[in-house]
Design a protein around this ligand. Structure first.
Ligand code: URA
Length: 240
């Protein structure tokens, strides 16, 4: 179980008891007890072990879950699919209402995080936090120096210019290249569309890393829980 210190008003509102603003009001008006003691201060930090009572009713906190999945090919990244295809949640045994952070295409493999923590989700998907997402694309043809520069400085996809990124050719032969591309955004089909913009088709795509997290020790379809240390390290990536 992950123990994180969180603001009291947030814990109350996340429990579904009331809105954040209402929770603040309740705290100020002396309706909230933590471990039997009245608390008046907004921003008081609590953790999973603290007993929180509002108007003498116990608040039950939803424990957070953080999962790192090696997504295999042929699975959709949604919580349920209208075409009845297998979803990433079918690969995970959980009673929590977790959901994927961002999306990998049906035929894309690699690292995918799932959680019920909305704050961490926002942190990881917001481009301003510059979270590295490292992909390896097998593409048709060989990239020229100019194409690498174009990709790195931004190409137009759906009329919007992509943010600067890093591109490195890992290996190539006459027909294909294996290209590592590190981006901070997560637009729909972004990597495939970026290569399309410089006239190269992606034939295989794998996400190898998100920030410092990789697929070490996992096979396609397998998953593990993040450690508390890893969750804290992810929170520390927030761009203040
Ligand atoms: N970019 C893509 O084109 N597809 C993915 O699955 C992820 C990023």
């Amino acid at each position: 179980m992950v123990i994180l210190m969180e603001r009291l008003q947030k814990v109350i509102s996340n429990s579904g008891y009331c809105s954040r603003r209402k929770a603040e009001e309740l705290i100020i008006n002396g309706k909230v007890k933590v471990n039997g003691k009245l608390v008046y201060e907004l921003g008081t930090k609590v953790n999973d072990n603290d007993e929180i009572m509002v108007d003498n009713k116990l608040i039950t906190k939803e424990n957070k879950e953080y999962i790192l999945l090696y997504k295999p090919r042929g699975v959709v990244t949604t919580t349920n699919d209208d075409k009845n295809r297998k979803t990433v949640l079918d690969l995970i045994e959980t009673t929590k209402r977790i959901y994927p952070i961002g999306r990998l295409d049906y035929d894309t493999t690699g690292i995918l995080l799932l959680t019920n923590d909305g704050e961490l989700t926002n942190l990881l998907i917001h481009p301003k936090n510059n979270i590295d997402k490292v992909y390896v694309a097998k593409i048709k043809g060989v990239l020229t120096g100019l194409e690498i520069k174009q990709l790195e400085s931004g190409v137009l996809i759906d009329d919007i210019k992509t943010a600067p990124c890093k591109v490195k050719v890992r290996k190539k032969d006459k027909e294909h290249s294996f290209v590592q591309i590190t981006i901070h955004e997560g637009k729909n089909h972004q990597v495939k569309k970026m290569f399309q913009a410089v006239n190269h088709e992606v034939v295989k795509l794998k996400r190898e890393r998100i920030a410092f997290l990789d697929l070490k020790g996992l096979k396609p379809g397998e998953y593990r829980y993040l450690t508390l240390k890893e969750v804290k390290k992810l929170y520390a990536l927030k761009n203040a």
